[in-house]
Design a protein around this ligand. Structure first.
Ligand code: ADP
Ligand code: MG
Length: 233
C-alpha cells in the first residue's frame, strides 16, 4: 500500500533581492513529494536553500512562484490568519537554536502549543509529562528554565513542544547544528523512534553526515535545486 502524499511542492521558487537589488535565486523550481510517515533529510552546503525550503513548506514564508500543498491544501493561497491556524493544527517546527521561551520552564515551553489550541489544563499537564518522558526528560528537569538545561536537553524539550500537539508534520531546520555529534545522533535516534512509533512525518535539514546517515530518504540541494534524491531501507 502506498502512503498518501502529505507534502507536494511544485515549481517552488523563492527569489530574494540582495542589498543592491540583485535577485538571489534561493530556491529554483523545486518539485518534491513527501509521503505521510517519511523520515526525510534535506542536505546541502550552507547557502543551498535548506532554510528557505523549510520556511516555505511551513508557511513561514511565501514563494515567489510555485505552490505548496499540505494534505491536499494549497497553503500559498491562505491568508495570514488562516496560515497561523493551519500551522497551529498541523505543523511542528524545531529550530536550530531551540527557540525556547527563556522565562518559561521546560514543562511550560512544551505546553505552549496545547495552550494555544485550547486543550484543557488537566489534559495539557498529562500530555506534556508523557511527551517529555518519551524524549528522556526526567520529571526533575520539568520545572527548570532553558538556561538550566544542556543544549541537548533544550532541543529535546523543543521536539516535545513540536510533538505534543500531535501535528501531521514536524519540520526541523538543522536541529543538531548546535549539539556535539553524540548528542545530535541521540536526538536523531529519538526522532526516528517517534516517527516509527506514531507515524508522524519528519522533514529536517542538515549538513551533518551523522544526521544524513539516519534519514530514510536524503534529498540534496545545491544552488536552490534538487540534485539528488535517494531512498534507503
Ligand atoms: P541554507 O539554509 O541552505 O544555508 P538559505 O535558504 O538560508 O540556505 O539561503 C539560500 C540563499 O538565499 C543564500 O544564497 C542566502 O544568502 C540567500 N538568502 C537567504 N535569506 C535571504 C534574505 N532574507 N535576503 C537575501 N538573500 C537571502
Ligand atoms: Mg539554513
Amino acid at each position: 500500500m502506498h502512503d498518501p502524499v502529505l507534502i507536494r511542492a511544485s515549481g517552488l521558487t523563492r527569489i530574494y533581492e540582495d542589498r543592491n537589488a540583485v535577485p538571489v535565486h534561493a530556491l529554483d523550481g523545486v518539485d518534491l513529494d513527501v509521503a505521510s510517515g517519511e523520515f526525510l533529510a534535506v542536505a546541502g552546503p550552507s547557502g543551498s536553500g535548506k532554510t528557505t525550503l523549510l520556511n516555505l513548506l511551513s508557511g513561514l514564508d511565501r514563494p515567489t512562484r510555485g505552490t505548496v500543498e499540505i494534505d491536499g491544501q494549497d497553503i500559498t493561497r491562505l491568508s495570514r490568519a488562516e496560515l497561523a491556524e493551519f500551522r497551529l493544527r498541523n505543523v511542528g517546527f524545531v529550530f536550530q537554536a531551540y527557540n525556547l521561551i527563556p522565562v518559561l520552564t521546560a514543562g511550560e515551553n512544551a505546553e505552549f502549543t496545547l495552550l494555544m489550541q485550547g486543550v484543557p489544563a488537566a489534559e495539557r499537564a498529562r500530555r506534556v509529562l508523557e511527551e517529555l518522558a518519551e524524549l528522556g526528560i526526567e520529571p526533575s528537569l520539568v520545572d527548570r528554565r532553558p538556561s538550566e538545561l544542556s543544549g541537548g536537553q533544550q532541543q529535546r524539550v523543543a521536539v516535545a513542544r513540536a510533538l505534543v500537539a500531535r501535528p501531521k508534520l514536524v519540520l526541523a531546520d538543522e536541529p543538531t547544528a548546535n549539539l556535539d555529534s553524540t548528542t545530535g545522533a541521540r536526538l536523531l535516534d529519538k526522532m526516528r523512534e517517534m516517527n516509527e512509533r506514531t507515524g508522524v512525518t519528519f522533514l529536517f535539514s542538515t549538513h551533518d553526515p551523522m544526521v544524513m546517515e539516519r534519514a530514510r530518504r536524503l534529498v540534496t540541494l545545491r544552488d536552490g535545486k534538487v540534485v539528488e534524491d535517494v531512498r534507503r531501507s
